[in-house]
Write a protein that binds this ligand. Structure first.
Ligand code: HEC
Length: 147
């Protein structure tokens, strides 16, 4: 082998090895596009930062009633008058929603699930979003807040 050929090999070989290594690494890391088709899957995706927030209206006795009005205005059209779900959107009485923390629900409201038809509500002032969260969390399986 001539010196020139050896030189060329020495440059190409490491590149080849690197390419193979990178390709291998990518396969080990399957892209996160693996689909979870549950309509409630999005609830599991709230980032830690969002979960660090507290519902500032947790102890506000009027929050549920105010939230009920806002719900009728903004949400009932899709989720049903009693949040029981409708043709356009799933029930909010279902376990995954009822067991979600207020912060998770606040996060969902703020960000929506736009690609799946759940609008973004970041235009509603934060206190209103928390009122809606308080209302949704107050619902019983029958759909009504306990008296
Ligand atoms: C235009 C119809 C529409 C309106 C209005 C709407 N939603 Fe939704 N919502 C949806 C759809 C569709 C989904 C299911 C999204 C999915 O598949 O993840 C959803 C999902 C949700 C979820 C479950 C989160 C998840 O994992 O998908 C919550 C909680 C929720 N909506 C709350 C609300 C509240 C509260 C309001 C009122 C402020 C509201 N929605 C208004 C269509 C709507």
């Amino acid at each position: 082998m001539t010196k020139i050929m050896t030189g060329a090999l020495m440059t190409v070989l490491p590149l080849l090895v690197l390419t193979v290594l990178l390709a291998g690494a990518q396969e080990e890391n399957p892209s996160p596009s693996k689909k979870d088709n549950s309509v409630y899957a999005e609830l599991a995706k709230a980032p830690k930062k969002a979960l660090a927030r507290r519902n500032p209206l947790e102890v506000d006795p009027d929050a549920v009633a105010a939230g009920a009005k806002l719900f009728a205005l903004h949400c009932a059209e899709c989720h049903g008058e009693m949040a029981e779900g409708g043709r356009k959107a799933p029930s909010l009485l279902a376990d995954p929603v009822q067991q979600a923390t207020p912060r998770t629900l606040f996060w969902i409201l703020t960000n929506g699930v736009v690609r799946r038809g759940m609008p973004v509500w970041s235009k509603l002032p934060e206190p209103q979003r928390w009122q809606i969260v308080s209302y949704v969390k107050s619902l019983t399986p029958a759909g009504k807040p306990p008296k």
